[in-house]
Design a protein around this ligand. Structure first.
Ligand code: ADP
Length: 434
């Protein structure tokens, strides 16, 4: 931005005064044009249209008042600031000067600072105004550029938005198709399976077969297979329920012991067969959890079942429970689904098994996710590293979240030789006290 030079017309008959004023003003960067008498003052004012006029009132030809009157009659000079230079001892000069249109006056003799202050009042103001209008201009230009930029970005965003909507729609369709598939497949499978189940039971107890040992063995195999298939189909139905949020939860206050006891009863045999130690540190002083006991049974039976499955023989499984006040950092961590409760019960199921890699610790809660090579799975439900369809933790997560709780795992990593173990945590809202 260049600062423009201001032109000052100095109408003064005395050479010394003219030179002095010129020197003072030029030292401050003003351009000075002299007029040695009134007539020259008028013609130069018209010719150069100055930014300011210094007008000596006592001029030899026509007096300064007449010059000012003439200048003010020119439309383009009507607003030009004029400072009258008056004689100190003639008091009504000032009044007359102001009356005929001078903007200000200086009594002669005046000091350098006085002159500069007075001049600056007018051209300084103009300078400021110029700067403001220049700034306004740039701002306006800048805002136009900004608006254009925003319009461009908006257009780009609209395109991206459209693409995203198409993709989102496609994903929704895919997800729906997948859910529909699971839903239809599981229901369609259930009916024939029930028939197989019933007929297998009838055959097992059929008088012609009960005494044939080889047939009994085959029947037992058939029964196990049918039960396993039944479990898988039930899991698929549970997944659909969790995903469609159609789990009907019957909430009641439950002691944690009453939730865990039936699970322990059901896994007792497997624990013995696998030579595992089970330690339970659950105080009966704990507040009750509020939940659906059948669904919570599902959660803990999956966690304890997995602990058995992924821990080698002679290993140990430890179940603990503790109270957590509502606003603990633990409760806030990833707490999208966490209910607002004053306190939570935190249950942990720790094992001394093969562990889980850090990068899989979230994935294992996804549908059909299994860490190990599926082809290497043994088929038993409680056998070491016995495979499953990868639905158990997804169901557990869905149930815990439907209760307004949270589930997560901590493990140093996956190491089937070192067996670092895994600890699964479940946070459930506790019953309000008082
Ligand atoms: P699955 O039917 O395969 O057991 P889950 O959803 O119950 O399905 O578990 C998913 C995967 O998480 C398992 O395949 C296993 O790799 C891993 N996992 C679950 N629990 C444990 C555990 N206690 N120790 C080590 N790995 C586990």
């Amino acid at each position: 931005m260049t600062t423009r030079t201001f032109t000052i017309l100095n109408v003064e008959d005395l050479q010394n005064n003219r030179d002095l004023v010129r020197r003072i003003l030029e030292s401050q960067g003003y351009q000075v044009v002299d007029a040695v008498n009134g007539l020259e003052g008028i013609s130069k004012a018209k010719a150069i249209n100055p930014d300011l006029i210094l007008m000596d009132i006592n001029l030899p030809d026509i007096d300064g008042f007449s010059v000012v009157t003439k200048i003010r009659s020119q439309p383009k000079l009507a607003q030009t600031p004029i400072i009258a230079l008056t004689a100190r001892n003639v008091s009504d000069d000032v009044e007359r000067a102001v009356a005929i249109g001078c903007d200000s006056y200086l009594n002669k003799p005046f000091g350098v600072k006085q002159l500069l202050d007075e001049v600056q009042k007018f051209v300084g103001k103009q300078r400021q105004e110029d700067e403001i209008s220049r700034r306004e201009f740039y701002l306006r230009e800048h805002s136009v550029t900004l608006v254009e930029e925003i319009e461009r970005k908006f257009e780009e965003l609209s395109v991206v938005h459209e693409e995203l909507s198409v993709m989102h729609e496609r994903l929704q369709r895919l997800d729906q198709a997948k859910t529909d598939f699971i839903s239809i497949a599981s229901h369609e499978l259930r009916t024939p399976l029930t028939m197989v189940h019933v007929y297998t039971d009838m055959l097992r107890t059929h008088p012609k077969l009960v005494n044939d040992e080889s047939l009994t063995e085959m029947m037992e195999g058939l029964r196990k297979g049918v039960n396993r298939l039944n479990d898988i189909i039930n899991d698929m139905i549970s997944i659909v329920r969790v995903e469609l949020a159609t789990l009907d939860l019957a909430y009641t206050p439950l002691s944690l012991q009453s939730v865990i006891a039936p699970v322990i009863k059901d896994v007792k045999q497997a624990i013995e067969e696998r030579n595992l130690t089970l330690e339970i540190n659950v105080s009966n002083e704990l507040p009750y959890v509020v939940g659906d006991d059948a669904q919570l049974y599902q959660v803990f039976s999956r966690l304890i079942g997995n602990a058995i499955k992924y821990t080698p023989d002679q290993g140990k499984i430890t179940i603990c429970a503790a109270v957590h006040q509502g606003d603990t950092p633990l409760a806030q961590n990833g707490a999208q689904t966490l209910a607002r409760a004053d306190q939570f019960i935190e249950v942990s199921v720790a094992d001394t098994g093969i562990g889980i890699n850090k990068e899989n610790q979230n994935n294992i809660f996804e549908k059909f996710f299994t860490v190990e090579d599926v082809s290497l799975h043994s088929s038993g439900k409680t056998q070491f590293r016995g495979g499953g369809p990868g639905l158990g933790l997804t169901i557990a997560k869905g149930i815990v979240e439907a209760h307004g709780g949270r589930i997560w795992v901590e493990s140093e990593g996956y190491n089937p030789e070192g067996n670092p173990g895994s600890t699964f945590y479940v946070l459930l809202p506790a019953q309000e006290t008082g």
